[in-house]
Structures are given as structure tokens and as C-alpha cells.
Design a protein around this ligand. Structure first.
Ligand code: ATP
Length: 235
């Protein structure tokens, strides 16, 4: 079946002050896919996610979400349309406990998961219900950060390096979570440095280099593209 396009990015450009960072990014994400942006440090992956979310001051080009142009839309309105962003730094409030953190997502639309549903997805979080953010392990913080964006009711999730700094067993859990969310119909755009992890969860990949998407391929075409990965990522 031809899945419909959820996100269509065309000639996306972005600036931090005078620094021109994205020079025309093009890619698509279809309904129900897990798509991963790969690329070296500083290639522009995080800036791409932030530009889609509307949290970069100066951007141009076109970003269509479910057919609607959002390049000039304010970030709170983008969130209300159903895009959620989980930043690399996770954004856990250190002085609040697990439940309090879950009660503070940026936006809530109909269809957001309840706190109980989030605990069903992440049983370890339930055991840590009254623990403060600072007392959580890196893996627990990442699960809390993902849980919190599921509260928002968004069906399109952007996760920036969810496995960074985590132990292999926790990375595996994050992988299971992503697979489960996919099976429940969520669409996921992932930024990853951990190529091995990305290759276990992604349907398709795009390579970002110097502020542009320079290549794209399906996970079934991975072995045929190892040369490119070596060139662009050093893997
Ligand atoms: P990383 O994994 O290191 O985050 P990335 O591919 O996500 O890599 P970006 O974070 O998007 O890369 O950064 C792209 C470029 O923008 C880099 O050259 C970086 O130095 C620059 N940059 C990032 N944030 C800012 C900022 N707040 N102000 C100015 N320049 C920035």
C-alpha cells in the first residue's frame, strides 16, 4: 500500500544569527515509518529537527506536515498540530518527581496517553514514581522524556539521539519501545550517531552532511550503501 506522506521537507534553510547552517534540506517521512537522519557531529541533524519544530529563529523553504505548510508557524501551534520533539538534553525537571514531570508536557491534545498508559509502556518508571528527576538514571530520564511527549497526543515524534550515553541493555529497551510505538501507528523521525542501533529500528535513512541531505536509502539497501556510510560517517 502507498502510505501517505506525513512530513515533506523541501529546500529547508536555517540560520543561527549570521551563521547559515542548513543549505537546502530535502526529505520525506511517510505514515508509520521510522526514519533516521545520520551524519557526523555538526552536520545539521539537530538543527533540522529544531527547524521543523519552529524553534530556530530564521528559516526558509517548505515544511509540510499532513499537507499543511508550517514553515512560518509558531512552535506552540506546530505542537498543537501534532508534532512532538524530544531534545537530546531530554528536558527533565530535576526538582520534580516522575509523575510531576509527566504532568508537564508542553501541549496536550485529545488522544494523549494517560500516566497509567505510560507506566504500562515503561514499567521501570512506575517503580520510580516519587523519585526526583536528578535521582533517575540516564535511561530512566530518556524513558521519562519519551513518555512525556506521548502525553501530548502527537502521532509524529522526533527523537534526538535517544541512546546517547546509555548502556547497551537500555539502548535495547529504547529500541523495543520504538518498535512498539511504530506497531501502534506512530511515525518517528530519529537523529542518531549510533549507527548500529539505528540499523535495528529504521525503515529508511537519510545522510546529512554540511547542512544538506546528500543521500537516502531503505534499510533493505543498507549493505549496498556501506561505502557511502563509510565516507560520510566513518562507520
Ligand atoms: P550533533 O550531533 O553534534 O548535535 P548535528 O548534526 O545535530 O550534530 P547541529 O547541532 O545541527 O549538528 O549543528 C550544526 C551546526 O550548527 C554546527 O556547526 C554547530 O556548531 C552549529 N550550531 C548549533 N547550535 C548553534 C547555536 N545555538 N548557535 C550557533 N551555531 C550553532
Amino acid at each position: 500500500a502507498n502510505a501517505k506522506t506525513v512530513l515533506e521537507v523541501r529546500d529547508l534553510q536555517a540560520w543561527y544569527g549570521e551563521s547559515h547552517i542548513l543549505h537546502g534540506v530535502n526529505f520525506d517521512v511517510k505514515q508509520g515509518e521510522v526514519v533516521t537522519l545520520l551524519g557526523r557531529n555538526g552536520a545539521g541533524k539537530t538543527t533540522t529537527l529544531k527547524s521543523i519544530m519552529g524553534i530556530i529563529g530564521k528559516r526558509s523553504g517548505s515544511v509540510k506536515f499532513e499537507g499543511n505548510e508550517i514553515i512560518k508557524t509558531a512552535s506552540d501551534k506546530i505542537a498543537k498540530q501534532g508534532i512532538a520533539f524530544c531534545p537530546e538534553e531530554r528536558g527533565i525537571f530535576s526538582n520534580l518527581d516522575v509523575r510531576e514531570n509527566l504532568m508537564l508536557p508542553p501541549t496536550i491534545r485529545p488522544g494523549g496517553l494517560s500516566v497509567e498508559q505510560i507506566f504500562e509502556l515503561f514499567p521501570n518508571l512506575k517503580e520510580r514514581l516519587n523519585s526526583q528527576g536528578t535521582k533517575l538514571s540516564g535511561g530512566e530520564q530518556q524513558m521519562l522524556a519519551i513518555g512525556r511527549i506521548l502525553r501530548t497526543g502527537a502521532r509524529f515524534l522526533m527523537l534526538d539521539e535517544p541512546t546517547e550515553g546509555l548502556a547497551p541493555v537500555i539502548i535495547q529497551q529504547i529500541g523495543h519501545t520504538i518498535a512498539r510505538l511504530k506497531s501502534e501507528g506512530f511515525t518517528i523521525l530519529l537523529v542518531e550517531q549510533n549507527f548500529r542501533f539505528a540499523s535495528t529500528v529504521a525503515d529508511r535513512f537519510y545522510i546529512v552532511d554540511h547542512g544538506q541531505v546528500v543521500d537516502g536509502f531503505a534499510s533493505s539497501e543498507l549493505s549496498a550503501n556501506m561505502d557511502k556510510l563509510h565516507t560520510y560517517l566513518g562507520v
